[in-house]
Design a protein around this ligand. Structure first.
Ligand SMILES: Cc1cc2nc3c(=O)[nH]c(=O)nc-3n(C[C@H](O)[C@H](O)[C@H](O)COP(=O)(O)O)c2cc1C
Length: 212
């Protein structure tokens, strides 16, 4: 079991309270707790923040100049050792609440690529940051998760967390439909548990790229 100090942040983004992705996230966080992590579930859909304004205000210091609830979410993202992003598929992509949050990580893009600084300068002094993505869709269209997965990979790359896996489940249209799938629930429990279990060295296969 890993130290209690590992902080696992779960971001639920669906506006449907108690929906499939929230259920899955809660299960993953239970697994994280079993591994000894301190967990927090944050319901992004209840925070009020604007889309990125593309004002380039973050190009100066890597901070977002838009003062809204996203400032609170930034602090949580920066503090987390493990991050689980849960977002349903809306219109073949991540729901707007999740995508809007990801767009606001532009400040981290600016930190990395404009200012050429680390987003987590103290990375060597704390547990390695890692993250997984959870999603659900109504249909079983073969590419239904493709767009959301690209955005999720980009998100973890921007926040300097190693993307270690995605857990995407189709044919879950109705609210709570996933409760009829104990196999899925135990899979995400294990995913949360292994995410927060003893650190492993990053493998080439799991290093972040947006292209693959
Ligand atoms: C606005 C909206 C758009 C949706 N678009 C899609 C879609 O493009 N493809 C799909 O397979 N399911 C789509 N769905 C179904 C959801 O992905 C599905 O109900 C999922 O379980 C919702 O997760 P949640 O309960 O966590 O909100 C859509 C649902 C809504 C409300």
């Amino acid at each position: 079991m890993q130290s209690e100090s590992v902080y696992c942040l779960g971001l639920t983004t669906s506006p449907r309270k108690g929906g499939n992705t929230e259920i899955l996230l809660r299960k993953a966080l239970k697994g994280a707790e079993k591994a000894g992590a301190r967990t927090e579930l944050v319901d992004i859909s209840t925070y009020r923040f604007s889309p990125c304004l593309a004002c380039d205000g973050c190009f100066k210091e890597g901070r977002c100049v838009v003062k809204d609830d996203m400032q609170v979410i930034y602090e949580k993202i920066l503090a987390a050792d493990r991050i689980i992003l849960a977002a349903p598929i809306f219109s073949m992509g991540m729901c707007a609440q999740a995508k809007t949050m990801v767009d606001r990580t532009q400040r981290f893009w600016a930190t990395k690529y404009v200012l050429k600084r680390m987003v987590i300068p103290e990375a060597n002094d704390r547990p390695p940051r890692k993250g997984i993505f959870i999603s659900a869709s109504g249909s079983n269209h073969k590419n239904v998760f493709a767009g959301a997965l690209q955005v999720a990979k980009y998100f973890f790359l921007m926040i300097e967390a190693e993307f270690t896996g995605s857990y995407c489940y189709s044919e879950l249209e109705e609210k709570g439909a996933v409760l009829n799938h104990p196999d899925i629930l135990s899979e995400v429990f294990e995913a949360g548990n292994s995410l927060c279990s003893a650190p492993q060295k990053p493998s080439i296969a799991t290093l972040n790229t947006v292209e693959d």
